[in-house]
Design a protein around this ligand. Sequence first.
Ligand SMILES: Nc1ncnc2c1ncn2[C@@H]1O[C@H](COP(=O)(O)OP(=O)(O)OP(=O)(O)O)[C@@H](O)[C@H]1O
Ligand SMILES: [Mg+2]
Length: 243
Amino acid sequence: MERVPTGIDGLDELIEGGFPRRRMILVSGATGTGKTIFSAQFIYKGAVDYDEPGIFVTLDERPDLIREDMLQFGWDFKKEEEKDMIRIIDASIAKAGLPSEEVYHMPESGFDLDRLLVEIIKAAKEMGAKRVVVDSLPALGFRYENENEIRKAILKMSYVLMKSGLTSIITSEIPEGSKQFSKYGVEEFVADGVIVLSYLGGGGPTVRTLHIRKMRGTAHSPYIHPIEITRERGMVVYPIDEI
Ligand SMILES: Nc1ncnc2c1ncn2[C@@H]1O[C@H](COP(=O)(O)OP(=O)(O)OP(=O)(O)O)[C@@H](O)[C@H]1O
Ligand SMILES: [Mg+2]
């Protein structure tokens, strides 16, 4: 099985070298647990360290704010965008019916999953992308009544992205206090891998954690690992014996 290095220090060694190529990984966690940083790091390091062009679809945050935030870690998205190694597709304000000033964006007249997928495939072809992030899934605002419809939509998404040769990350929120691994409780079944990020609060060295809940075709670490977010290295995962 071919592996895709994640670009997150300490993670690849816990999952036999990286994500399985052309699979969909769900990164979930409550608010502020680092889902966007994790995903952006996957795209940025993919482009800079592994020469793999990537697409970052943002539904939650405006692209200019993402660029600004990521520059804090020394990740110059703008520079990679100029080389067409990274594209940010802005779907953040289209949902609210507002026009985007971004080069790549969804129409303010509205869009759905199909439209978004068409846009991703088009961009992926043009730039030869190998990686894609959709941050976040709940922001797509599924209006589907039943779980089965949502499950089908996500399945379709994973199939289409896989067919385009993309290894993908989708992010989802875990409602505070919930025992689910995702917003709808179905994402984790469809995804090929599930990574759960947590913020325990209260200070101390293990305040943030990462748990590989599943990774199909992979003998992965069963432990809850401490992680750190630092200006110098972005997100870093530690072996449990370092606690
Ligand atoms: N330079 C930094 N050093 C340490 N921690 C940082 C730094 N920058 C951001 N953080 C931490 O990362 C958190 C934000 O991470 P991120 O935006 O990836 O979370 P998220 O899970 O995507 O949250 P959201 O629910 O807003 O989408 C901040 O709340 C902060 O705790
Ligand atoms: Mg986020």
